[in-house]
Unconditional design. Structure first.
Length: 315
């Protein structure tokens, strides 16, 4: 399958803008259209979204749009997160099919896996409930899979879902309420270094283990998926990851080492940890794409720290 014209929803968001940037490189020869509220298209408006997709008439939609935050954000805004992501998911699939689009690539969070699991394999996706701390975000994303399943029964429509671990990198959310653990830690530790603070508070025990994927590697992987599209079945799930995790405590120590900060960490053990371990098994990714993320965690964190300093501590 050769795609020429591509719409990227959430095309100005953290992942979306990296996908757009990679796809616009000359060697790919794609015509790319970032779609978001910045371009006047709110996916929560079905009529406007359908009209936009009919006008562009892309070969494929890459769906990166979501209302997303960390555990603290989900706790504060459970209704908004649940309702927005439900509407976004239902509308983008319906609008795509209504516009005659036959191909749909979705990025899915790993929190859609059963919360009791430590390692996630695609065949286990339905084997239990999600962790309560991510339910308001994860359930709507799982419902999107259901929408694709339903429309695929009735229409010539092929969807593929890439399941991702937490992402990080330049231009991440760094504000405490919106960020995930890595972005929040970078912001806190860099700020402590710059302001000569003696300590940094960290939510939870520091024991949870998470897998982190550099956002530019994710964008690169998506181009590999487009090239190998015919290797996948309709509504197939594919884990994309580095197949290794790091505890919050060890991650904090790594950031501390890279920044050269000399203070101490205070763990707020009354705050929620979330699931204790999340690691994706990515054998299918390796087999079908012959690809693995090239950026080491140390190098990716170093680049992210450099970006944060350049944007928040300009001379």
């Amino acid at each position: 399958m050769k795609f020429k014209k591509i719409v990227v929803t959430g095309g100005f968001g953290f992942l979306g803008k990296n996908v757009v940037s990679v796809l616009k490189k000359e060697e790919h020869e794609y015509e790319v259209f970032p779609c978001s509220r910045k371009t006047g298209v709110d996916i929560r408006d079905l009529e406007k979204t359908t009209s936009y997709l009919k006008k562009i008439n892309p070969d494929i939609v890459i769906h990166c749009a979501a209302h997303v935050g960390g555990i603290a954000y989900n706790e504060l805004y459970p209704v908004e997160v649940f309702e927005d992501n439900t509407i976004i998911g239902m509308n983008i699939v319906k609008a795509s099919v209504s516009a005659g689009i036959r191909h749909f690539l979705d990025v899915m969070p790993n929190c859609t896996y059963p919360g009791a699991l430590n390692e996630y394999e695609e065949s286990l996706w339905w084997d239990g409930p999600m962790h309560e701390s991510v339910l308001t975000y994860g359930l709507p994303r799982k419902m999107l899979w259901g929408s694709c399943f339903a429309y695929g029964k009735k229409h010539d429509f092929k969807a593929l879902h890439l399941i991702l671990p937490n992402m990080y990198g330049p231009d991440d959310h760094f504000e405490p309420i919106r960020s995930h653990a890595l972005g929040a830690l970078i912001a806190k530790i860099v700020d402590a270094k710059m302001k000569n603070l003696p300590s940094v508070e960290i939510w939870g025990t520091g024991k949870p283990v998470r897998e982190w994927l550099y956002v530019k590697d994710t964008a690169d992987c998506i181009t590999k998926v487009l090239i190998n599209w015919d290797k996948f079945e309709h509504n197939e799930l594919v884990n994309i990851g580095i197949k290794a995790g790091i505890s919050v405590k060890d991650m904090a120590e790594l950031i501390k080492e890279i920044t050269g900060w000399k203070g101490k960490f205070i763990y707020l053990t009354d705050k929620p940890d979330g699931a204790m371990k999340k690691i994706l098994r990515a054998d299918k990714m390796k087999k079908k794409l012959n690809w693995e993320p090239p950026t080491s965690l140390r190098d990716g964190i170093a680049e992210t720290i450099k970006d944060y300093i350049s944007k928040h501590y300009k001379k």
